[in-house]
Design a protein around this ligand. Sequence first.
Ligand SMILES: Nc1ncnc2c1ncn2[C@@H]1O[C@H](COP(=O)(O)OP(=O)(O)O)[C@@H](O)[C@H]1O
Ligand SMILES: [Mg+2]
Length: 271
Amino acid sequence: MSVALAEGNLLDVVDYRGGFRGPDGEVTEVLAGVSFGLRRSTLTAVVGETGSGKSLTALSVLGVQPRGFVRTGGRMLFDGEDLFAGGPRSFERVRGNRISLVFQDARAALNPVFTVGHQLIDVCRAHRRLGRKEAEQVVLDMLERVRIPDPLRRMRQYPHEFSGGMAQRVMLAMALVSEPELLVLDEPTTGLDVTIQADIMDLLVELISSSGLTACLITHDLGVVAQTCQDVVVMRSGTVREIATCEELFTAPRDEYTRDLLAASRLVEAR
Ligand SMILES: Nc1ncnc2c1ncn2[C@@H]1O[C@H](COP(=O)(O)OP(=O)(O)O)[C@@H](O)[C@H]1O
Ligand SMILES: [Mg+2]
C-alpha cells in the first residue's frame, strides 16, 4: 500500500521492510513494506493482531531493533530527516531525547537497585542541562503531572515498592522528562487492571492534549482507540491494511480485515 507523504508530518515511515535471517542465510521478511505518517500533536493508534509487526515497527523508530533483525528497505523520516541515511548516530541523537518509548512491562525497564528518584534524575540530566537541584524539581513536578501521590516520598523508593500501575506512571514520567516531541507507547496498559488502564489512558490523553505532543499508541484495545485516538493505522502480516481517522474507521471501515477486527470487538454494534 502506498501512502502519499503529507506535508509536515512529524514522522513518516515509508515502505519499511525487514526480517530475520534463517539458518539458510535468507531473510524472511516480517515487515513487508510498512508506510504511515504521524501528524503533529495527534494521537495515532496502531492496531492489528499479535505478530503483525507493530512492536518491530515501534522499536525501529527508536533504532533499537532486536538482535538478528535485518532492514531490507524503506525510510524513516523524522521531522524531515531520514534516520537511516544518517546511520546509528541519527537514532542516538533522537532516542530518549526527541523520541521516547514506553512499553508494556514497566518494572522490567526500571533498574531494581536504584531508587526511582535517582533513575528519573539521571534521565533528566542526561537529556537536559540541569543541576541536581533543578533536575530534582523537574522530576518532582513530573511525578505530580503523572498523578503519583506523595511524590517526594515515592522518589526515595525502589521499583519493587511500586504497583504495576504506579510503575507505569513512573515510566511515563521517565519518557516525558526529556521533553520529547514524539512518544511511542507499545501496549502500555496491557496486563494492568481495567480501572488502572482507564486511569492511565485518561492521563495520557490529557498530557498529550495539554503539551502538544505527538504520540503513537500501539494497542489491541479498540475501545481505547475509539475513545482516545484521532488517527488509526491497521496492520496485518507486516503490512498496513488501512489508514483512517478514528471517525472514518469506526463508521465506514474500507478494508475487509478492519471490518473483521471491528466485528470481533463488537464495537460496531456498541456505537
Ligand atoms: N527477535 C525475533 N526473532 C525472530 N522473529 C521475531 C522476533 N521478534 C519478532 N519476530 C517476528 O516478527 C513478527 C512481528 O513481531 P512483532 O512486531 O513483535 O508483532 P506485534 O507487536 O504486532 O505482535 C512476528 O511474526 C514475530 O514472530
Ligand atoms: Mg507487540
